[in-house]
Write a protein that binds this ligand. Structure first.
Ligand SMILES: Cc1ncc(COP(=O)(O)O)c(C=O)c1O
Length: 374
């Protein structure tokens, strides 16, 4: 029987053509295709007076977003422990300290009341995650940020194309950042981007992305280098090359198709699993949600038995996440009550979800889960 992977990239001949065309141009580094990817992201998100900078990973996107927001040594940033460790590492890379907050039991997004209890004089920002593509309590997050004068840097790595109150995540708010890593809905193999509100922050990000060089971006966007430049600040080697961007461009052209196909599978999963007493399905009908993963909650301590059952049927699964406060390097971080996090991390199970997933795979996953409970 063919093994069903939990993630599967969707790379078609269209992507191969984009890459060979980009190779033929002969300018392999950051250039005109990088700019085209940024323009297509802006068009897809429907940005008005907001600006996009692409980077070589989502983690680097967040790192320079923090720096562009002026966050550094002595500062604290509140983020869930129920999150990928990339966030906590990037906060430390910026010189700041992550403070870990619990999540809500319904959408597994940050618990705003618990976040408020963690605010001190050192708190500068909040980094909420839209887990699995389902928007977190954004109204609550922005109310809290306004009340305490905090920056918001939304981790939208799971939510490229999700809507909040009819608007695409990233098209409004403060800073939003995305990932285009190998398993995301849109991939550039590795990549990420930051969306900001001001031209000043746009230019800061462009400089931070390229070794602190003040004017190279404009030249490179024309597949040229600048030879008279100054280095005016700290900077990193975080640019996205034309070759990687060409993959991103090929993918974003098909993003609506990818999202629709994933929504379809998630709806089938929800329908099949809703009647099962031993599980909780995601709290959405997937309208307006761009699902990165399908995360099922397995109750009464039966998750590991279900994993064994599915693995025996050649169905691969994942667990998102191990709480970051359990990792040695972050165990000493300040944190609040982790009641929900500690419980849900033992319940969550990521089932296979692919763009244009084979119908036979979907049936096998459904049979595997329902068979275990019947
Ligand atoms: C929640 C979350 N945050 C941050 C990242 C980091 O993104 P990247 O892998 O592009 O650096 C990921 C990627 O897996 C993620 O899932």
């Amino acid at each position: 029987m063919e093994k069903i992977p939990v993630f599967a990239p969707h790379i078609g001949v269209d992507t191969l053509k984009h890459v060979t065309d980009a190779l033929d141009v002969g300018w392999l580094g950051m250039g005109a295709t990088t700019k085209e990817f940024e323009e297509r992201i802006a068009a897809f998100l429907g940005l008005k007076d907001r600006f996009v900078v692409v980077t070589n990973t989502g983690t680097s996107a967040f790192h320079i977003a923090l720096r562009a927001a002026g966050i550094g040594p002595g500062d604290e940033v509140i983020t869930p422990s129920f999150n990928y460790v990339a966030d906590h590492q990037a906060i430390r890379m910026a010189g700041a300290e992550p403070v870990m907050c619990d999540v809500r039991d319904d959408n597994l997004g940050i618990d705003v009341e618990k976040a408020e209890a963690l605010i001190t004089k050192r708190t500068r920002a909040i980094d909420p995650l839209h887990f699995a593509g389902i928007p977190c309590d954004l109204d609550g997050v922005y109310r809290l940020a306004e009340k305490h004068g905090l920056r918001v840097l939304e981790d939208a790595t799971h939510a490229f194309g999700s809507l909040h109150r009819g608007r695409k995540i990233g098209s409004f708010g403060d800073i939003t950042w995305f990932s285009f890593d190998p398993v995301k809905v849109v991939t550039s193999i590795d990549g990420g981007c930051v969306v900001v509100n001001s031209e000043k922050e746009l230019h800061d990000l462009q400089r931070l992305r390229l070794l602190g060089v003040d004017k190279d971006t404009t030249e490179r966007y024309k597949n040229r280098r600048a030879w008279d430049y100054d280095v005016v600040s700290e900077g990193y080697r975080y640019h996205l090359t034309n070759i990687m961007a060409s993959i991103g461009v090929s993918q974003i052209k098909r993003v609506d198709e990818f999202i629709a196909s994933r929504q379809q599978v998630c709806k089938q999963y929800n329908k099949a699993f809703a009647p099962i007493e031993g599980v909780r399905i995601p709290p959405t009908d997937f309208e307006g949600v761009s699902p990165f993963i399908y995360s099922l909650r397995v109750l009464k301590g039966r998750r590991d038995a279900l994993i064994a059952h599915l693995n025996a049927r050649d169905i691969d699964v994942g667990v998102h996440f191990i709480p970051v406060h359990e990792h040695a390097y972050f165990a000493s971080c300040r944190r609040g009550d982790m009641n929900v996090t500690d419980r849900v991390t033992k319940e969550v199970l990521t089932l296979p979800l692919h763009s244009n997933m084979k119908a036979e795979f979907v049936e096998r996953v459904i049979d595997g889960v329902t068979g275990f409970f019947s």
